[in-house]
Design a protein around this ligand. Structure first.
Ligand code: UDP
Length: 429
């Protein structure tokens, strides 16, 4: 190691888009605090599973070390298996947690929970008490951890066992949004048997300028709508519905009489591909109920496949958001001050619904049946509730309070700025 070497931070993102974009934002933020750092982003072409990418990570870290002093190796938490490589090379390893602090608290507590039972969550049918979060129904755990016999269960457990070995966890949230979960974490309640690493809440880290690409027709359409009158429906990078479900949504929206902007994709095909851009453009006339587009053309707009979500949420005509509760979408809605109806589809989204509805009180819940199906009646009811009722009003006020708290957290002296500068300062020594 030569004293003349420049300092570097190496980031190892997960390839999932929702994870990747927030890590890039984290890199940009770090640079605003210490522009002299060089940031290296590892893109590994080997599968991002288990230890297969570790030899590549090892090689990359060694090679960067020849010219730089690596101050931190920041892994997406899904890449936790590379922590051991950083440790071998005496590089402090950090996790970047792309969901909220409530989910982090539950993830940290997972090994403890695992030891209290021999059953799978899916077979429990009970409410569980975890530190820092509301009582959670066993059915609200993600499918990955619901079944002990699933490989993913082991993967998440291994991940959770790594938290105490990390130098810290950078969380894409802000203190006011999840105060109780953060306190449980910093009080050590979530990892009772070992050391809790420091949690740095530096969010909301969201993309603000990806919006002029692609289709802007919907932004023009929003220009002609009354203020806060439109409900936006969009379901992340992977959210797909069956034709039957699309038709229920359509009939619910039509009956509600609310103005809407709805992103519609083709139903899942038989191919295993998760790549939405690989799906053919939807044929709206055959997917949606007969005459729907015509009957609703004064009030609604259906967008095919993808909308510029951040720009839409920040448009003054948008007054509500039906979301799949992906964490980036949640933060984007909070930052825009748009209240939500929470309709979780995959990953940790049911957990997020619980946090949004019961802890943060910035969303109303969409209720599905045991097969995950939502009726048109439910869609109609929730959309109207959000846009017109007292409970909708209180969720809106709370969301605006959180928007202001997010702005404060990111301002000079705010909690997220302070957390980021603490982290960057710690690399100077
Ligand atoms: N997104 C978008 N337009 C769409 C669908 C998604 O711009 O039609 C963006 C959205 O703004 C967010 C990201 O894609 O930044 C999705 O991330 P999130 O964590 O909400 O969900 P995921 O796709 O990871 O489930």
């Amino acid at each position: 190691e030569s004293p003349a070497m420049d300092d570097a931070v190496v980031m190892f993102p997960s390839p999932a888009i929702g994870h990747f974009i927030s890590m890039v934002e984290l890199g940009k933020l770090i640079l605003t605090f210490q522009p002299s750092l060089s940031i290296h982003i590892l893109i590994v072409s080997a599968p991002y599973i288990l230890h297969l990418s570790n030899p590549h990570v090892h090689q990359a870290l060694l090679s960067i070390s020849k010219t730089h002093k690596i101050k931190a190796f920041i892994m997406d938490f899904f890449c936790f298996f590379s922590l051991s490589i950083a440790s071998q090379l005496n590089i402090p390893g950090y996790f970047f947690f792309t969901s909220g602090a409530g989910c982090l608290a539950a993830s940290m507590y997972f090994p403890t929970l695992h030891q209290t039972t021999t059953k799978s969550f899916k077979d429990m049918n009970t409410f569980l008490n975890l530190p820092g979060i509301p009582p959670i129904s066993s059915s609200n755990f993600s499918s990955a951890v619901s079944d002990r016999n699933n490989k993913a269960y082991e993967y998440f457990l291994d991940m959770a066992y790594c938290f105490p070995k990390s130098a810290g966890v950078i969380v894409n949230t802000f203190a006011v949004l999840e105060a109780r979960a953060l306190k449980a974490i910093s009080d050590g309640l979530c990892i009772p048997d070992s050391t809790t690493p420091p949690a740095y809440c530096t969010g909301p880290l969201i993309v603000t300028n990806n919006q002029t690409d692609g289709d802007t027709e919907c932004l023009n359409w929003l220009e002609s709508q009354p203020s806060q009158s439109v409900i936006f429906l969009c379901f992340g990078s992977l959210g797909l519905f069956s034709m039957e479900q699309l038709r229920e949504i359509a009939s619910g929206l039509e009956r509600s009489g609310q103005r809407f902007l709805w992103v519609v994709r083709n139903p899942p095909s038989d191919s295993e591909s998760l790549d939405i851009s690989a799906l053919p453009e939807p044929d709206l006339n055959s997917l949606l109920p007969d005459g729907f587009l015509d009957r609703t053309k004064e009030k609604g707009l259906v967008v095919k496949s993808w909308a510029p979500q951040v720009a839409v949420l920040n448009h003054k005509s948008v007054g509500g958001f039906v979301t799949h509760c992906g964490w980036n979408s949640v933060l984007e809605a909070v930052s825009a001050g748009v209240p939500m109806v929470a309709w979780p589809l995959y990953a940790e989204q049911k957990f997020n619904r619980l946090m949004l509805v019961e802890e943060m009180k910035i969303a109303l819940p969409m209720k599905e049946d045991e097969n995950g199906f939502v009726t048109g009646l439910e869609v109609e009811k929730r959309v109207n509730e959000l846009m017109q009722s007292d409970s909708g009003k209180s969720v809106r006020e709370r969301t605006i309070a959180m928007k202001n708290a997010a702005t404060a957290a990111l301002s000079e002296g705010g909690s997220s700025r302070v957390a980021m500068s603490r982290l960057v300062e710690s690399w100077k020594h």
